[in-house]
Design a protein around this ligand. Structure first.
Ligand SMILES: [Zn+2]
Ligand SMILES: [Zn+2]
Length: 253
C-alpha cells in the first residue's frame, strides 16, 4: 500500500487491492474491495474477514463511494451542529489513521522478514564462499605439486635426451670407423694385395663386405655403445690391412 497515493488497500487476506470506486467499510475499522465486500457481507450473520468480528448492526457495514460527487459533499453534513460535524470528521480520520498504522505494521513486518532472509542468504553465501576458498586452495596445492612432478619429468627427460645424444655421437663415430675399415678391406681385396680379413675372435668367420662383423657372445650395438672410440680403434686394429701380421693369422677355410 502506498499511502502517498492516498488510497487504502483491501484488508481481505492476501488481496491488498487498491480501493477505488466503492469500498466496504466496517465498524471494526476494516475496509474491503467491492469484490470481497459484496462476497463476504452478502451472507448472514456477517463476519469481518480481517478480525472475525460479528457485524450485525444496521450500520456496521457500509458500502461507501470513495470519490463522492460535489452534490453529495455539499449536503451530507449540512444542517449538523459544528461539534457533530467535527465528531464525524474525527471518527473518519481515526478510521484512516488506524488503516495507515496497520499498513505500517505490515510493511515493518515484511521488512524484518526480508531482512532475516537477506541475513540468511548472506550467511549461506559466506559459507559457500568459504567452501569455494577451501576448494580453491586445495586446487592450488594440487597444481603446485603437479608442477613439481612436471619439473621432475622435464629434468629426467633432458637427462635422457642428453644420454641419447651422447650414445648417438658414439654410434656415429663407430659407424664411421667401421665404414672406413670396410672400404679399406674392399680396396685391398680388389687389388689382390691383401687377403680377406680374418678374425681370430673364436668364431673365425670372415666378414662379408655387405655386413658388419659378428662378435661371439656380443650384441653388436651394445658392444659398440660401451666402447670408448679410442679403444674401439685399438679393438679393430688387428684386422687393418696394412698391418703386416694380418697375413700371419691362421686361415680357416
Ligand atoms: Zn479485496
Ligand atoms: Zn474487522
Amino acid at each position: 500500500m502506498s499511502m502517498c497515493e492516498d488510497s487504502l488497500l483491501c484488508n481481505f487476506p492476501k488481496c491488498r487491492a487498491v480501493l477505488t470506486g466503492f469500498a466496504w467499510v466496517t465498524a471494526c475499522s476494516h475496509a474491503f474491495c467491492d469484490q470481497h465486500g459484496s462476497g463476504e457481507f452478502s451472507r448472514s450473520p456477517a463476519i469481518c474477514p480481517a478480525c472475525s468480528s460479528a457485524l450485525s448492526g444496521k450500520l456496521d457495514i457500509v458500502r461507501t463511494e470513495l470519490a463522492p460527487s460535489e452534490e453529495y459533499k455539499a449536503m451530507v453534513l449540512a444542517g449538523l451542529r459544528p461539534e457533530t460535524v467535527l465528531d464525524i470528521s474525527g471518527r473518519a480520520l481515526a478510521f484512516w489513521t488506524y488503516q495507515v498504522q496497520q499498513e505500517r505494521l505490515y510493511q515493518e513486518y515484511s521488512l524484518s522478514r526480508a531482512d532475516a532472509q537477506v541475513k540468511q542468504m548472506e550467511k549461506l553465501l559466506a559459507q559457500q564462499n568459504q567452501t569455494r576458498e577451501l576448494e580453491l586452495n586445495a586446487m592450488r596445492g594440487e597444481i603446485t605439486s603437479l608442477k613439481k612432478v612436471m619439473e621432475e619429468y622435464k629434468r629426467k627427460y633432458s637427462d635422457v635426451s642428453e644420454r641419447l645424444m651422447e650414445r648417438n655421437r658414439q654410434y656415429q663415430k663407430l659407424q664411421g670407423l667401421y665404414d672406413s675399415l670396410r672400404l679399406r678391406n674392399m680396396v685391398g681385396e680388389r687389388d689382390g694385395r691383401v687377403a680377406p680379413p680374418q678374425y681370430s675372435t673364436g668364431a673365425g668367420r670372415p666378414a662379408s663386405p655387405g655386413s658388419s662383423p659378428q662378435f661371439p657372445g656380443c650384441d653388436g650395438d651394445r658392444l659398440f655403445s660401451s666402447l670408448d672410440p679410442n679403444n674401439a680403434r685399438g679393438f679393430f686394429h688387428f684386422s687393418t690391412p696394412p698391418h703386416p701380421k694380418a697375413r700371419a693369422f691362421p686361415r680357416k677355410q
